[in-house]
Design a protein around this ligand. Structure first.
Ligand SMILES: Cc1cc2nc3c(=O)[nH]c(=O)nc-3n(C[C@H](O)[C@H](O)[C@H](O)COP(=O)(O)O)c2cc1C
Length: 205
């Protein structure tokens, strides 16, 4: 394994207004739709992303996740690219790394749930991977815009597993910031006062 290589701090972008105690990896993360189409993600970086997912918590330590990994130039990257929808086709192929995120939904050959929390746990593992990527100076856009049936057939995924989401991971050109995404979604967030659950009283809607 190569010597430890740390990312290109200082962080280029920080969410506004950033809470002063928020970790820079969290404050600087956003989901780009523009990647450097030449930059690569190296094997050590890929290993560290999988390691981050591996150490994610899961219900009963069930670890209900698996990942189909394709770096640009590898056959898997091309095979993953084939099943993108029109919207993700516009930006995901330029990412140096594509990953399909699989959850273990059923016990093999039954219709019994493998774990009540399999998609929850997969999401958490992908979140860990996302923050590890950010730490390495890579950016991630998770997405659902792919042909699930097509990808399932392409990689012979058995029925007790589900291709739940994909991640496009790569470097972002310096001039690109979080407001340059090509989608119609905004980055506005509900305030913490709204996120904090409060007991409703009679008369509240
Ligand atoms: C489960 C999941 C599915 C998503 N699907 C898509 C998608 O199909 N297409 C897309 O452009 N972005 C997709 N996104 C990215 C979100 O739109 C994005 O995270 C959100 O707008 C918040 O922006 P931010 O990540 O920059 O904070 C998805 C994200 C998640 C977690």
């Amino acid at each position: 394994m190569n010597a430890r290589r740390f990312p290109t701090w200082p962080v280029r972008y920080v969410a506004e207004p950033a809470h002063p105690l928020l970790h820079p990896v969290l404050a600087s993360r956003w989901s780009p739709t523009a990647f450097d189409g030449v930059a690569t993600v190296n094997l050590d970086e890929v290993d560290s992303l999988l390691e981050a997912a591996r150490w994610s918590p899961s219900a009963g330590n069930s670890q209900p996740w698996a990942f189909i990994v394709g770096r640009r130039g590898e056959p898997e990257h091309h095979r993953l690219t084939r099943h993108l929808t029109e919207s993700s086709q516009a930006w995901a192929p330029s990412a140096g790394l594509l990953i399909a995120n699989l959850s273990h939904r059923l016990i093999e050959n039954t219709d019994w749930e493998f774990s009540e929390f399999s998609t929850y746990d997969l999401g958490q593992a992908v979140a860990h991977m996302t923050f590890q990527a950010q730490f390495l100076g890579l950016s991630v856009r998770q997405f659902r815009a792919f042909d699930r049936a097509g990808l399932t057939a392409e990689f012979d995924v058995p029925p007790h597993w589900e291709v739940t989401t994909m991640s496009a991971i790569g470097r972002v050109p310096t001039a690109v910031g979080p407001h340059a995404t090509t989608t119609r979604t905004t980055r506005q967030r509900r305030p913490t006062s709204d996120v904090r659950w409060r007991q409703r009283t009679v008369g509240d809607r």
